[in-house]
Design a binder for this molecule. Sequence first.
Ligand SMILES: Cc1cc2nc3c(=O)[nH]c(=O)nc-3n(C[C@H](O)[C@H](O)[C@H](O)COP(=O)(O)O)c2cc1C
Length: 293
Amino acid sequence: MIVAAAVVHGDAVRFLRHSSAESPLALQLGGSDPRLLAAAARAGADAGFDEINLNVGCPSSRVRAGAFGACLMAQPELVAECVAAMKSVVNRPVTVKTRIGIDHRDSYEQLAKLVRLSAAAGAEVFAIHARKAWLSGLNPRQNRQLPPLNYETIYRLKRDFADLTIIINGGISDLGVAARHLEFVDGVMLGRAAYHDSALLADVDTALFDAHGKRAHRPHALRRYLAYADEQLAQGTPIGHLCKPLIGLYKGIPGAKSWRRALNEISRSGATHAGALRHAAESIEDRLMAVAA
Ligand SMILES: Cc1cc2nc3c(=O)[nH]c(=O)nc-3n(C[C@H](O)[C@H](O)[C@H](O)COP(=O)(O)O)c2cc1C
């Protein structure tokens, strides 16, 4: 999430910088001022983002203090105004990420009203975290774990709004489970699993889309990632940021622990080139080949 005011009044070039390797890519904006959101959405579209998403789900106290994120669930009319303002200036999808409720405002009717008004304002895609958020008392981490998951609410939403694209999110870390959700909704969003077990994504095409011969093998994916890392390091991205998404790549595989240790050391080194990362990648792949032989 990038705060709309930061894009409009801050260093937009830095905030909106991304690589063509990341395409298709959504820009998620945080904000509640329709004019600011529209200006930020236009800047995002001009910068090449494929989708503009409004954050109506973040429960952090800082975000709440700014009167946006999950607390906007209490103002469905304002959310619709924001969507309409963004939609009026960009010619790409404007989408909404939200939760099933906040605090004691957690009835199905309240969620359905948010979706109905936002859809009338031009949003066609809704990604919904199947947990409510407690805006006071729980921190964001607890709000990702403690409120119970309620997938049925999202299935019901899809039944009631058949023309909309409804994407389910929350607690999904297995492609078999994802496939079962897809019997009821249009899409599945993986949050932490994509990070903690990134190799899982290599099987998505074959497991869920029945595509043949497309599996991205780990060494191939890693080689492509290293090329991306070279590009990012040259632009000043700290190496620690680039190591983070690699930490779970060898989850459950012999050598995973030394891989994580190597990544931690590389992150701390503050290196400005990917040499050590390449070396660590070669070491673990050599080791795996030796085990396989
Ligand atoms: C470190 C971290 C950062 C996150 N940042 C965002 C964010 O910027 N915007 C957003 O909509 N959700 C954000 N989320 C929430 C996830 O998108 C997702 O809704 C949540 O983790 C539940 O899905 P999961 O159980 O698959 O992880 C974040 C989650 C984590 C763990």
